[in-house]
Unconditional design. Structure first.
Length: 103
């Protein structure tokens, strides 16, 4: 499989960096219903803080999908790696993504 580009290269349509230093990268992801953040890589494990109720589908390079019914205030842990993110809900989504950089 070809290398998957970093999230800020492949999915800059949806992600915005709020803070980055040698220990973390904090981003906000915003997607309208039906909007997709194309296949991208998160090089670090990350925490997702859900800001509003919505539904998201993550698709992985191996062809597998995972659908999440997200609730405001929910916190998720995701391992580093590539995925595509799609807002499959009926409302806009806005989540904070905090990548924890390896030392």
């Amino acid at each position: 499989m070809a290398s998957v580009p970093d999230v800020m290269v492949a999915a800059s349509n949806a992600y915005k960096v709020l803070l980055e230093n040698e220990r973390v990268r904090v981003m906000e992801i915003r997607l309208k219903p039906g909007q997709t953040a194309p296949m991208h890589n998160h090089p670090n494990d990350h925490v997702v803080i859900v800001k509003n109720d919505t539904q998201m589908k993550l698709s992985f390079p191996d062809g597998k999908d995972a659908v999440f019914d997200l609730k405001a205030g929910q916190v998720l842990w995701l391992d580093a790696g590539p995925h595509e993110a799609k807002n499959t809900g009926a409302t806009d989504t806005a989540n904070l993504v905090i990548e924890v950089k390896k030392k």
